[in-house]
Design a binder for this molecule. Sequence first.
Ligand code: TXA
Ligand code: MG
Length: 340
Amino acid sequence: MNTRYLDTSEEDIKTACGFLQSGGIVVFPTETVYGLGALADQAQAVKKVFAAKGRPADNPLIVHVDSLDMVREYARNFSSVEEELLRRFSPGPLTLIVDRVSGRAEAAAAGHPTLGIRIPRSQAALALIRGCGSGIAAPSANRSGRPSPTDFDVACREMDGRVDAIMRGEPADQGLESTIVRVNAGQAYILRPGTISAGQIRDAFRDMDAGIAVSEGHGGEQPAAPGTRYRHYAPRAQVFLVESPEQFLERYHGQADSARVQSIVPREWLRRSPEIADLHISVSGHSFHVLDDLKDYERRLYRMFVDADISGRKAIFCWLPSVSSESSAIRDRLLRAAQG
Ligand code: TXA
Ligand code: MG
């Protein structure tokens, strides 16, 4: 397939809408990761998305909408608590699992009676949804088992020749996939941690005074997000997680060929360890990454993994942040990557 490259100008958004409305599939930017979209109610187009990704047929897609009004087209039994939660975090990186109006987004839901729904913050994504006048079903624009693309270049590496068009937008400013929440019978379950933390979700419910308890994970009572069961992306290099400067240095020196190594450390370690500060100066940019904070880590993680693969690294030594509500998304992705 010949893939068109588009930008996010009004004219190109029209072109992208044209592809979607005639049953095509288009890669577009969002603030979390790039998505691979088809109109949510066009079963044939949605099937093309599954095919282009090599995605297992039982793993449902998230439908992206532009407003609460559009949420109501797809959601049944939409409660005031669910509405308030979406209001609080939308547009933004929150996906809510709702009961699905039967007959809507059937193929995207992969047969499930529920539907993941999200109002993205990215202006290009919103313009695309508005232009089509329909929800857009979109998984992350990677081939199954590979990293979610956080910029145009990686999106092209993944999807060139497999889709009708790829839109060049800004690099994703969040960098990890959305937080997925299911509210059911007085309980909220975080089915996938994301950049909106469990603490923020808890605060939101506390403000609503709705008596909703929040648990991280599905707790066995709620099906997990099916996608979290599949083998997740791990770079070709082996990922070693390190929790302190000492542990980092021990690993680093235990490696015979330092040219084949990528290091990812917090800026604080440069202050705590003159030896790490020296390494930072002497080792070239693409293999020694220094992070300002957790947000910076979330934004850059997938791209750093892609760079490690492109430059043939054998080992990646990654800072594993300590447990906290804010670190749970990055820890989740790191622990999965380290499982290999
Ligand atoms: O940030 C994001 O969510 C990105 C951008 C493109 O919006 N999308 C994304 O989609 O990460 P995907 O398909 O790569 O991941 C969607 C996850 C999968 O783990 C899937 O199993 C889960 O959402 N999911 C979708 N519908 C669900 C449902 N009805 N119930 C439970 N989990 C669901
Ligand atoms: Mg994905």
